[in-house]
Design a protein around this ligand. Structure first.
Ligand SMILES: [Zn+2]
Length: 332
């Protein structure tokens, strides 16, 4: 058993309380490579932002669970080396689907876990979340649970349709599970294809898809039921169209990729939403930079040559999100 405290990590309790009060949101960036980890830490240190570094089950399988733990510890030490004496870094499991997986992560140094029982019947979702909460709280690890179903595809998590969170269930759910934060469904979606063209309108000038707006009425109803309770938004990449265009220009094929407009995420950050998950945007930023670099430098084959601009591009994106969308800069 390794406690996250020994690794220099923190749980989400204090940072969420401050974020809800301060009207901003904490970035939750997914990572599974060293370059993503470095870019996240550099961005967080330069902007003086707390940050949640999260890994899905798929990412943990890809990178290896032991390596992920040491990368998180490395992230803390790297932040100190970059001049941040007391970094606020959370290592969080994204979409844990079983008690055993959550327990394994807690035992290996995660400071926060998500148990996603959102596809289960209501009572089973509660029972599973409560079981994880009971274990996690023994070790001061925070737990995110989910009510409502997001559409889209992300690693193993996929659903064809979305079901908005029912505001009338949130009090009962949060009280009976004891969860520390609640992921809700108000129209965000996983992946780089968040909406089908049929769900969108099309901008007549650019030909780009314009997605349907988030259900702010449901968010506000939930806030009224659970005043001050930390709310989480998944599937909140904005799928920057300049990155999509770069990918398509240099041999990629991502027609009609569309995300959540940043103005709407900015709006959500000012409410009880205090954690916003961003994964696809990092994938797009990395891929766009690599495609461009290799197309322009066909004779290069040293991975450092194309991973360096990829890392720079991700860092630029992370800083933009922190400063211009979530507002978590200067909050350390
Ligand atoms: Zn998610």
């Amino acid at each position: 058993m390794v406690s996250y405290k020994e690794l220099g990590l923190v749980n989400t309790k204090e940072m969420f309380a401050k974020a809800v009060k301060g009207g901003y949101a904490i970035p939750a960036f997914n990572f599974n490579t060293m370059e993503q980890m470095q870019a996240i830490v550099q961005a967080a240190v330069e902007t003086k932002s707390p940050v949640i570094m999260q890994v899905s089950k798929g990412a943990r399988n890809y990178a290896n669970a032991t390596i992920i733990r040491y990368m998180a510890q490395g992230a803390v030490e790297y932040a100190k080396e970059l001049g941040c004496p007391n970094p606020q870094i959370v290592l969080h499991l994204d979409h844990g689907d079983t008690f055993e997986l959550c327990k394994d992560c807690i035992d290996m140094g995660f400071s926060s876990v998500m148990i996603d029982g959102s596809s289960l019947p209501y009572e089973e979702n509660i029972a599973l979340a409560k079981k994880v909460v009971d274990y996690a709280h023994k070790y001061d690890v925070t737990v995110e649970a989910e009510l409502g179903v997001l559409a889209g595809v992300e690693d193993e998590v996929s659903s064809a349709v979305s079901h908005y969170t029912k505001p009338e269930e949130v009090i009962d759910f949060s009280q009976r599970t004891g969860c520390d934060s609640l992921a809700i469904s108000i129209g965000t979606s996983h992946g780089a294809y968040k909406f089908t063209p049929a769900q969108c309108t099309r901008d007549p000038k650019t030909g780009k898809l314009v997605p349907p707006p988030l259900a702010f009425d449901i968010l506000h109803e939930i806030e009224k039921k659970l005043p001050g309770f930390p709310i989480v938004l998944h599937g909140s990449s904005s799928v920057p169209q300049d990155e999509v265009d770069t990918i398509n220009k240099y041999g990629g094929k991502l027609p009609d990729a569309v995300g959540i407009p940043e103005e709407q995420l900015r709006e959500a950050s000012k409410s009880a939403v205090c954690k916003i998950n961003i994964d696809s945007d990092s994938r797009l930023a990395m891929t766009a930079a690599i495609r461009k670099y290799l197309a322009e430098n066909p004779s290069h084959f040293d991975p450092r040559q194309y991973l360096k601009p990829a890392r720079e591009n991700m860092k630029k994106m992370y800083i933009h999100k922190i400063v211009n969308v979530l507002g978590s800069n200067d909050k350390l």
